[in-house]
Design a protein around this ligand. Structure first.
Ligand code: F6P
Length: 343
């Protein structure tokens, strides 16, 4: 029997509650562990701000989006005496281990804590699906479905008005959401961070469609996409505690550029946080549940300094560092398949 702390860090993601429920349910029923959940990610750990997690308090949450624990982008190692404060909190709450659920930043902190002797098992999450070490993260499928539904809706209005519509989706380093939602929604052009674009080539795709008698087009763009030789569209606000710029807005300039270069009427839609909200799809609930069960099994077996991962169809344990290498970029073969339908 052990006392274990859970936390969710970074951007929220549909499926987080499935992980929390699974860790607690298996941990209590199979192993007799006790759990606390830290509020608002690492901020709660630094402040020893935690609530008891029981079968009762984690029931009825499987289908709910967001995270019952709250989340933040707090960086322990940017805070004064961060490591000592984390160690004090763990001692005060008599915790034997931590299960942080998060992306590269949250798991990066977990990796450093692990090196400092804290027992951790990580659970990878991001709607962007760009974490190395795992084939998929939960939340991604839900975000893709939301974006696909939006593209379907934009299609009918684009067609009615003979317009080009630019749809901006999330995807900071990698174009997974754009590629999947673009393919599923029948996009005529998909722009991703991995492949800087030439605006004239984008316009040529649109012109080619019009020459064939199609009077509307859908362009899907990742927030992290950039023109050849250009830069990513950061916004003029302070960076977060992990040094990330706030992205968003490339669709605004694409709308103007495409309209001006082609002469076709153009509109843009930025989906933004709609993609992270609401009910998780079944796939993400199941993956979150499998991750949660595997994480508590690993913690119970003393497999620390690792994270759970989906490899093919199996859940495996990989070193925490595996998530901290370079981001997992789009498979070029997938993009080449999407490109068959451009223009
Ligand atoms: O990391 C996931 C992500 O959804 C990115 O695609 C996006 O740039 C970022 O989070 C937005 O984060 P925030 O909620 O802090 O605005």
């Amino acid at each position: 029997m052990a006392r274990i702390g859970l936390l969710t860090g970074g951007g929220d993601c549909p499926g987080l509650n499935a992980v929390i429920r699974a860790v607690v349910r298996k941990g209590i029923n199979a192993y007799g562990h006790e759990f606390v959940g830290f509020r608002y990610g690492w901020a709660g750990v630094l402040a020893a701000d935690a609530m008891d997690l029981t079968n009762e308090s984690t029931s009825g949450i499987l289908h709910r989006g967001g995270t019952i624990l709250g989340t933040s982008r707090t960086n322990v190692f940017k805070e004064e005496n961060g490591l000592e404060r984390v160690q004090d909190s763990l001692a005060k709450l008599r915790l034997d281990a931590l299960i942080p659920i998060g992306g590269e930043d949250t798991l990066g902190v977990a990796g450093k804590l692990s090196e400092a002797g804290v027992d951790v098992v990580g659970v990878p999450k991001t709607i962007d699906n760009d974490l190395a070490g795992t084939d998929f993260t939960f939340g991604f499928q839900t975000a893709v479905q939301i974006a696909t539904d939006a593209i379907d809706r934009l299609h009918t209005t684009a067609e009615s008005h003979n317009r080009v519509i630019v749809v901006e989706v999330m995807g900071r380093h990698a174009g997974w959401i754009a590629a999947y939602a673009g393919m599923a929604g029948g996009a005529d052009v998909i722009l991703v961070p991995e492949r800087p674009f030439d605006i004239e080539v984008v316009c040529d795709h649109v012109r080619r469609r019009h020459a064939r008698g199609r009077t509307f087009s859908i362009v899907v763009v990742s927030e992290g996409a950039m023109p050849i030789g250009g830069e990513v569209y950061g916004r003029d606000v302070a960076k977060d505690a992990f040094g990330h710029e706030r992205l968003g807005g490339i669709a605004v300039s694409l709308e103007a550029e495409i309209e001006q270069r082609t002469g076709y009427e153009c509109r843009m839609t930025i989906l933004g946080h709609v993609q992270r909200g609401g009910t998780p799809l079944a796939f993400d609930r199941v993956l979150g549940t499998r991750f949660g069960v595997a994480a508590i099994d690993a913690a119970t077996a003393g497999e620390f300094g690792k994270m759970v991962a989906l490899r093919g169809t199996e859940i495996e344990l990989v070193p925490l560092d595996a998530a901290l290498d370079e981001p997992k970029l789009l498979d070029p073969a997938l993009f080449e398949t999407a490109e068959v339908f451009f223009g």
